[in-house]
Design a protein. Structure first.
Length: 404
């Protein structure tokens, strides 16, 4: 690194961890260091910045780490986030989460600590901020950008539903793991002649169920964008089982999928800082309903299920090839923008090419599956006719037709 520091860049990761975060951190750090910038890793996402002690210099902060080529060199081989993460939203902090040294000033039930975040960044000498996260993390990055903080965002979420980009870090590894684990579980379902019910990630968008199904991981899938009829789903799965020489069938269930006329299924009623309840349980309910209804389509005989929730298994471990390459490119592209003096942008993939879009796009619309184009609502399967000219993963929203 040059002895003449051109500026200080901070990187943070927020929201859920995914494979691919560390390659992005590594790429951005090395590129910045080699071009004369100091890089600071802000630990624990927005929570870490909120807890900065302005009586101490940067080097003595518990939530800061100076990043160098030496200490990031090996992290790209690993999953998760080297900087750790949180689901904190500084503009909506409950009283019990307010740092102790601020409680005299912020004593409401909900508190907006954005002014403190900006002061903390100024205290640390941060000139550019690179938040890596999903739409929640990036939407707060947009809030800071509008308040004058120079930001360049990198999209990350295994659900692949951040608006403004065809690809989010973590999605490919999630799809890879889902296909791999589903095929492994086939041995259990086949051995016992059962229906395999697998609950996968996907709160509002069903890409993590539909794309693996398109790749042959399952016979059927249900997604958040379309309420499903459990009676029809059971009938189809029993038929799939009967048509299979090994006498089993497979369905992928997005965690945000909903029974016709019902709401999402939550594991409990607690909400995070962004108002999201923890999902989980739709797979259990689908499994129980199938066992109850299957005899109607199986000459009165019961069919049991193998019921598995993928959950954190699909976001654990090292990144696959795509989630090693794309984050490297995203990290470098973010540094390109910073070195060009640009801010308020989010790096992206658009039609297979790297690009960047205004930060505002993350709040302008919802990125969901176009059901009419890509989902057969009668057969609960992927629906597509022609891949010519489509993005790599085929099923994406037509955001690219918008003008930025």
């Amino acid at each position: 690194m040059s002895t003449n520091i051109k500026g200080t860049i901070a990187i943070l990761t927020g929201g859920g961890d995914v494979p691919g975060l560390n390659p992005a951190i590594r790429a951005a750090t090395i590129r910045a260091n080699r071009n004369g910038y100091r890089v600071v890793g802000l630990r624990n996402g927005w929570e870490g910045i909120m807890k900065i002690d302005r009586s101490k210099p940067l080097e003595d902060q518990g939530y800061c780490q100076i990043l160098t080529e030496k200490n990031v060199q090996k992290i790209a081989r690993t999953g998760g986030t080297f900087l750790h993460t949180s689901r904190t939203k500084p503009s909506k902090v409950s009283q019990d989460k307010v740092p102790e040294n601020m409680r005299d000033k912020y004593d409401a039930e909900e508190n907006d600590l954005t002014d403190e975040i900006i002061k903390n960044l100024e205290h640390l000498g941060i000139e550019y901020l690179v938040p890596i996260g999903g739409d929640d993390t990036l939407s707060y990055g947009l809030r800071l950008h509008k308040a004058g903080v120079r930001c360049v965002g990198i999209p990350k979420t295994m659900d692949n539903d951040v608006p403004g980009t065809d690809y989010c870090i973590g999605f490919s590894t999630c799809v890879t793991r889902t296909i791999e684990f589903t095929h492994q579980l086939r041995t259990c379902a086949g051995s016992h002649e059962r229906i395999l019910v697998i609950e996968v990630m996907g709160r509002y968008a069903g890409y993590t169920a539909l794309v693996p199904a398109m790749a042959g991981a399952s016979d059927r899938c249900v997604i958040p964008e379309y309420e499903f009829d459990i009676e029809r789903l059971t009938e189809l799965l029993v038929k799939d089982r009967r048509d299979n020489e090994s006498n089993y069938s497979v369905v992928l269930i997005s965690e945000g999928a909903m029974f016709k006329g019902a709401d999402m299924i939550f594991s409990n009623q607690e909400t995070d800082a962004y108002g999201h309840k923890k999902l989980g349980g739709i797979g259990d309910m689908v499994s129980a309903e199938i066992v109850e209804r299957a005899p109607k389509y199986n000459k009165g005989e019961t069919i049991h299920t193998v019921n598995q929730r993928m959950s954190y298994m699909t976001r654990s471990g090292q990144p696959d090839a795509i989630d090693s390459i794309v984050p490297m490119a995203y990290g470098n592209l973010a540094m390109d923008l910073i070195m060009e003096g640009k801010s308020g942008r989010m790096v992206c993939l658009k039609n297979g090419r790297y690009d960047h879009v205004p930060f505002e796009v993350v709040t302008e619309y919802e990125k969901k599956i176009d059901v009419e184009r890509f989902y057969d609502t009668e057969r609960y399967r992927p629906h597509y006719h022609n891949c010519m000219g489509m993005p790599q993963f085929i099923m994406t929203s037509d955001w690219k037709l918008r003008i930025f």
